[in-house]
Design a protein around this ligand. Structure first.
Ligand SMILES: Nc1ncnc2c1ncn2[C@@H]1O[C@H](COP(=O)(O)OP(=O)(O)OP(=O)(O)O)[C@@H](O)[C@H]1O
Length: 303
């Protein structure tokens, strides 16, 4: 089996760039082919070129994972992850968050594989999360924030800029063909894993192996309502709010009168008036923690 390692030097706010020499060397020493990405889109291109049956390891954050996933989805290649991004929600979903990179690399290259569900939205695969509306708008706004703002201050700037002009789109939401909501929509999340945005537990009940999307819908919210629910959201205690509903299903459709922004694994999608998301049960081969924990011998990762 060929093993490929794809390293995004821009991930982790420069951290991967600083470590990239050591990571490429470690990967090659272990018999893998290792590549440094040259810009957005390159990781997907590389992953697409890996031979059938290959194991392809994404080194970076959720954006890197998302790109590699695009190059692998629908093939028999396996996705491994070395989480060193600023958002590592896919790795969190697989139980790999927090591993030091040398251990994570060893694990991604050699641990047994397992299968998780694969999300697809408007034809594009996603691993952990899909978000429509408010959160995608904040991510979009963050792109145009002043360059001196980085990390959390950048997102806070974007959050308040979006809140200032908050206008909720009217939407219709269908789950497995049945209309489940019609009205103003703050956000709609269709989740494979529990968290997005670097650990925000929007769908604590999500299970990436249940063949279903965990859907969380936030309907009519005022500006103050958004500010007040944020702390609850960060603690995963938002599901009891009267304007928040949770569902689960295989096919989610959302229709709007005008294009609404969306993100998949934190990467912005082309804006659309209609979204169709579906789950493909156990369609993605990954190297997670689970196969190892269930297996006969425990590795040092068990520590
Ligand atoms: N060589 C490169 N130079 C610049 N950007 C790159 C390069 N390779 C990949 N990218 C882009 O880097 C972006 C961020 O990657 P990723 O999400 O993995 O890291 P991150 O640290 O979690 O970043 P962010 O906080 O911006 O999401 C991706 O959107 C990807 O397209």
């Amino acid at each position: 089996m060929e093993r490929w390692v794809i390293v995004n030097p821009a991930a982790g706010r420069g951290k991967v760039g600083r470590l990239s020499g050591a990571i490429l060397k470690a990967a090659r020493d272990k018999g893998a082919k290792a590549f440094l990405t040259e810009g957005p889109g390159h990781a997907a291109e590389l992953a697409g070129k890996a031979p059938p049956g290959a194991r392809v390891v994404a080194v970076g954050g959720d954006g890197t994972v998302h790109e590699v996933l695009k190059g692998l989805a629908g093939t028999d290649k396996t996705l491994g992850v070395v989480p060193i991004g600023s958002g590592n929600d896919f790795a969190r979903m697989l139980g790999l968050k927090g591993l030091p990179w040398p251990l994570a690399l060893e694990h991604a290259l050699f641990a047994p594989e397992e299968a998780v569900d694969l999300g697809v939205v408007n034809g594009e695969p996603f691993g952990a999360s899909l978000g429509l509306g408010f959160d995608a708008l904040v991510a979009k706004k963050a792109l145009s924030a002043p360059p001196f703002l980085r990390g959390m201050p950048r997102y806070l700037y974007a959050l308040f800029a979006v809140l200032k002009d908050l206008r909720l789109p009217e939407g219709r939401v269908f789950l497995d063909g049945e209309e489940v909501y019609r009205g103003p929509l703050l956000l709609l999340a269709a989740m494979n894993g529990p968290a997005y945005g670097g650990g925000i537990p929007i769908a604590p009940m999500a299970d990436p192996r249940d063949g279903r999307l965990a859907v969380v819908l936030a309907g009519r919210f005022s500006r103050l309502g958004v500010v007040l629910i944020l702390p609850r959201l960060l603690l995963g205690r938002h599901l009891g709010h009267k304007e928040v509903r949770a569902f689960s299903g295989r096919v989610l459709e959302a229709h709007f009168a005008a294009p609404v922004p969306a993100h998949a694994d934190g990467e912005l999608l082309p804006e659309a008036e209609r979204y169709r998301a579906e789950i493909h049960p156990l369609a993605l081969k990954v190297v997670g923690r689970r196969a190892l924990e269930k297996g006969p011998k425990l590795s040092p990762l068990g520590a």
